[in-house]
Every structure is written in structure tokens, then in C-alpha cells.
Design a protein around this ligand. Structure first.
Ligand code: ASC
Length: 155
């Protein structure tokens, strides 16, 4: 075997760093609590922007087409983020926490996540011109939030 040259070593390091950046999400967090913090932060942002549309739907805020479209767009852009934080070993018994079923019924959870992402994408694409039109796509998106919470979030 030939002795490794500087070039060989550089190549090996490059491969190693490419591999490291393609690791699954759980390896991207230093501690399990960091993953929990990450997903909660993502849901907080989604909830804030989703809630602004909710206020229009419920008549607590005047309908504003540009604001609705902007909020829908933000929610759609955020919708993949929380799921990076659902790493193994981070179930919680706390109110609002992630139930162990997320991991024991992972396919069902992933399907629920996909359903939400699809509905918020539709909501963002809808560009509602009236509050009635907003309701039509907001409702199905909100029910995907609720059904996932009912199954996978502690009461
Ligand atoms: C929101 C929010 C949720 C959903 C859910 C819909 O605005 O923060 O979690 O809507 O309540 O049922």
C-alpha cells in the first residue's frame, strides 16, 4: 500500500465533511432538548402566522387579502421545519408535549404531517379574495392541525 499523500488526505476530509452534512436530522442536534426546542420554535412561528388568518376567519380581524396571502405563504414555507425536530427519544409526558405514539406509529404521524403540508400548500396557492374563499381553504388546513394534535399531542 502506498503512503497517503496530502491530496489523499484532503480528499478523505472532503468526503467526511460531505457525509457529515448529509447525516439524518437527529445527528444535527447536540442534545435531545435542542431538537424539542427546534420543533417548538417552528410550531410557534406556524401558529403565529396561521392564527392571523384564523382571526380573519373568525371575524376578530378584518379580512385583508394581501396579509392572508402572505401569512399562508409563510406557513407553507415553514411547514416542513418542525419535523426535523422529532428525533427518537424525545417523547414527553408534559401538556402540549409529543406523545410516544409519534415514534411507535411513525408512518401514521408522517402521513398526518404530509396531509398538513399538502393543505397549507393549497391554502397558499388559493390566494383568497374574500373571507369566504379564505374559509374554504383555511378550514381543511386547520383540521389537519387538530387531528394531528388529537392523536399525537398530550392534552
Ligand atoms: C391555530 C393553531 C393551531 C390550529 C388548530 C386548528 O391557529 O395554533 O394549532 O390553528 O387550533 O384546530
Amino acid at each position: 500500500m502506498t503512503t497517503p499523500t496530502k491530496q489523499h488526505l484532503t480528499l478523505a476530509l472532503l468526503c467526511l465533511s460531505a457525509w457529515a452534512t448529509s447525516l439524518p436530522a437527529q445527528a444535527q442536534f447536540q442534545k435531545p432538548e435542542d431538537a424539542v426546542k427546534y420543533r417548538k420554535a417552528a410550531f410557534t412561528l406556524m401558529g403565529s402566522h396561521f392564527g392571523r388568518m384564523g382571526a380573519m376567519v373568525q371575524g376578530r380581524a378584518p379580512f385583508d387579502a394581501a396579509a392572508a396571502a402572505s401569512n399562508a405563504d409563510i406557513v407553507a414555507n415553514l411547514s416542513r421545519l418542525p419535523f426535523h425536530g422529532f428525533v427518537e427519544g424525545t417523547a414527553s409526558k408534559e401538556k402540549g408535549g409529543a406523545k410516544a405514539e409519534i415514534w411507535s406509529e411513525r408512518a401514521k404521524f408522517d402521513e398526518a404531517a404530509k396531509k398538513m403540508q399538502d393543505e397549507v400548500a393549497k391554502l397558499a396557492a388559493a390566494k383568497p379574495a374574500t373571507v369566504e374563499q379564505l374559509k374554504a381553504s383555511f378550514g381543511p388546513a386547520a383540521s389537519t392541525c387538530k387531528s394531528c394534535h388529537d392523536s399525537f399531542r398530550n392534552e
